[in-house]
Ligand binder design. Structure first.
Ligand code: HEC
Ligand code: HEC
Length: 301
């Protein structure tokens, strides 16, 4: 696996372009309605893709291996189990993991867990995700230890990267933009973390904001994620809002192709969203400034 691929997996600095607000209050009760909303977000964010659970209704007992050139990371057990999962964590501790990438005891989490994106989530949404996770059965399985070569498994190293590139959320609404645009901005950045694959990175693996959405190595199989800015030649500028919405629902492009690779996994989540939410994401995407790239990446490897 190439180092760039490692950065894609390991250094995910999907901090949105908007300013960030200070923490708000959160006191959500665990009710069925809250857990259902939590499931909606859990699916859209594809927590299940790594931790298990969600769409299948099975609990997130962990275990998916994420291979990188520096070793293999295993998605931990985040089920309701008090010993091996997050059942014993307070709401504040769970929020710290998603908002700040810090687990209980001050453990700095690696951004192979896309917390730089999830940091943009509101307190209420994080609380609802937790309510959903706690509503599922506990899995009493210990985490598989990561197998990372020294020194990359040394967590304190993360402090340097965080200081340089990590800006905690939540994502603030942008004044002067419509409610629908702001909803799309939030879903694209904080929930579905589209930039993580579609935005190129600098040598330190941080997203290059000035080149947002102009394409990068994106799929789990190393396939390129294409330019999805509104450039009409090298991006998706010729797509209508309805065509983008249709892709997010069905995985079909305007030329009747079906997206594959990492994008197929993304569609598994976006197809669970409401039509309004998919429309909002499309409205936001259409507003992304065009960036002309040298050439489109190859369609399929
Ligand atoms: C791309 C795969 C991936 C996705 C998607 C993902 N995670 Fe994770 N998550 C991981 C990995 C890997 C770790 C372990 C990171 C580490 O050890 O530093 C982790 C760690 C965590 C932790 C800390 C657990 C602990 O015991 O320290 C929590 C909580 C968590 N994830 C919740 C979530 C939630 C909620 C979602 C969806 C909103 C999510 N994750 C989406 C891969 C993922
Ligand atoms: C895991 C990496 C990954 C993530 C996350 C991701 N994409 Fe993609 N995306 C890809 C890849 C790879 C392709 C190319 C798939 C193919 O050609 O079969 C693609 C293709 C696309 C296309 C089709 C472009 C074209 O010219 O055919 C659009 C539009 C798109 N993605 C939008 C999004 C949106 C919106 C999000 C967030 C909801 C997103 N992507 C998240 C990897 C990703």
């Amino acid at each position: 696996m190439k180092p760039r691929r490692f950065f894609t997996l390991f250094l995910m600095a999907a901090v949105g372009p908007a300013a960030h607000a200070a923490d708000g209050d959160s006191n959500a009760g665990v009710t069925i309605g809250v857990a259902a909303h939590g499931k909606y977000l859990y699916d859209a964010a594809d927590c299940a893709g790594c931790h298990g659970g969600g769409r299948t209704g099975t609990p997130p007992g962990g275990g998916r291996a994420l291979a990188t050139p520096f070793g293999t990371f295993y998605a931990p057990n985040i089920s309701a189990d008090p010993r091996y999962g997050i059942g014993g964590w307070s709401e504040a501790q769970f929020r710290d993991a998603l908002r700040r990438g810090i687990a209980p005891g001050g453990k700095q989490l690696f951004p192979v867990f896309p917390f730089p994106s999830f940091s943009g989530l509101t307190d209420q949404d994080i609380s609802d995700i937790r309510a959903y996770v706690l509503s599922l059965p506990a899995v009493p399985d210990p985490d598989k230890p990561h197998q990372i070569r020294a020194p990359f498994g040394w967590r304190p190293m993360m402090a340097v990267w965080r200081a340089l590139f990590f800006r905690p959320g939540p994502l603030a609404a942008v004044a002067g933009k419509s409610d629908e645009w702001n909803r799309g901005n939030y879903l694209v950045h904080a929930v579905a973390h589209c930039e993580e694959c579609h935005t190129p990175r600098n040598v330190m693996g941080a997203l290059r904001g000035s080149r947002a959405f102009s394409g990068n190595i994106g799929g789990p199989d190393g396939q390129n994620a294409p330019n999805i800015t509104s450039d009409s030649e090298t991006g998706i500028g010729t797509w209508t809002i309805e065509e983008i919405t249709h892709l997010l629902k069905t995985g079909e492009t305007p030329d009747f192709d079906s997206v594959a690779s990492g994008m197929a996994e993304v569609i598994r989540g976006t197809k669970m969203l409401t039509d309004d939410d998919r429309h909002a994401m499309a409205v936001y995407l259409k507003s992304v400034p065009p960036i002309h790239t040298a050439r489109r990446p190859p369609d399929h490897p």
